[in-house]
Design a protein around this ligand. Sequence first.
Ligand SMILES: C[S@@+](CC[C@H](N)C(=O)[O-])C[C@H]1O[C@@H](n2cnc3c(N)ncnc32)[C@H](O)[C@@H]1O
Length: 482
Amino acid sequence: METDGFQATTDAFISWLSDAGVRINPKIRIEDFRSDGRGRGVVAAADLAEDEVIFSIPRTSALNINNSLAGIDAGSSRDALLNMPSWLALTALIISESQQSNSKWAAYLAVLPRQLDTLTFWSELELTELQASTVVKKIGKAGAEAMFSQHLLPLGLGESSTDLFHRVASIIMAYAFDIPYEADSEQQTGTAGAEDDELVSDNGDEKTILSMIPLADMLNADADRNNARLCCDNEDLEMRTIKPISKGEEIFNDYGQLPRSDLLRRYGYVTDNYAPYDVAEISTSSIMSALTSGPLKLGEGQLLQPLSEMEAKRRLTLAEREDVHDDSYDLIHPNTEGPAIPDELLALIYLQLLDEESLRAIETSQSSLPSRSKLATELVGQVLAALIQLREKEYATSIEEDENLLQTESVPYRTKMAMQVRLGEKRVLRAAIQEASSFTGSNKRMRTGQGSEPQPPAQGSLPNGKRQAEDTLKAKKKGRYR
Ligand SMILES: C[S@@+](CC[C@H](N)C(=O)[O-])C[C@H]1O[C@@H](n2cnc3c(N)ncnc32)[C@H](O)[C@@H]1O
């Protein structure tokens, strides 16, 4: 029998929703999914048709700066809220509401989680399980704390602590919606200066407002299992089905096609259904360091001699000019929409390997970067495979070791999620190595031929297995690759 008040909190929330004017289709119910590790969720209690309204929520019941500022007197706090980033203002509002005994949103705030598994809350030790995943650098905990100090502490929000700030800000990251801002509706008229307010984001064509939307945020998600969507076209916000849903099925929203690293960072969970969206990053700084710091070992005992720093910089500058330079590149699972290795990364490596004559032709705009099939030369493939193998080595364990570790029964929950993330990234790297190794484009313009690059003579063998020319001058003219 339940002793923690979970069901009572759900019941109070349902009753509050009704008072708040939320109309709920009787064919759904809120379900306790804690035993599956996903808190509450929404389930179809009867068959639902396609495009059926699951529930509708008056915009006044959304918790956002528009609806809450009405209760805050004009003054410095109000100005401060209007002038801070939207997620911080919403954090302040939620903390402020949660401290008012008569808050309009009390029953809603009671169903929000007390604990999260998003990466902000992981210990240093837990984070080490993510090994070389770049997600660790994206958590931004220190940056968030600096923002809390700058924007939230001066508000004097009563009982507040860094932990509370993190908890509320993280809930916003996992629960809030950016909904279209109704500039002409009545509810906005009370908010002076709202049009210029940075709390209203400009997402291209439409302005949006960051909002907590009760019940809409009770829908879980599982990659492409989404079968519902929040529609903001009508007066009320409506959750509608996007396909027929059978009785007993869970109703899923869509959190986006996120790699599991980002799913874990933002939502604190992972499922295998997100594996196709996994991404592994390779940074330009690591690529350039490998290409300049020593001979790079390619397959079959071949070596790629390093470029001088100055030469590498020259080629990088050209990559920038050609708009193929990035701080890092995303490798993905090859799918119908694209290959594992992005064109820009191919172009970056191609420019690093191009012979002097061809390089100069691009520099002087006599020729331009070729299409992907020509960028994908055998040498570019070999170099990329070697670079990605170096990236693989930054992870402490191999794919096979992770697969075995994941079979172990006693792995803690967070460790298991970290293993799934790092294993997913290693599988992407493996797929990218395979793709790179399959490149067969001609090496004609690569620095193997008659380039005039003034490079020092280098050691090793040619990619086609020919021996290096012994004549030093000739060797110099043959360029960097030996
Ligand atoms: C928008 S809320 C959904 C409602 C949430 N289950 C609750 O009880 O408050 C998002 C959070 O739900 C959980 N969640 C959503 N989908 C999940 C899934 N497929 N598996 C596990 N947890 C999930 C995660 O904790 C996530 O941060």
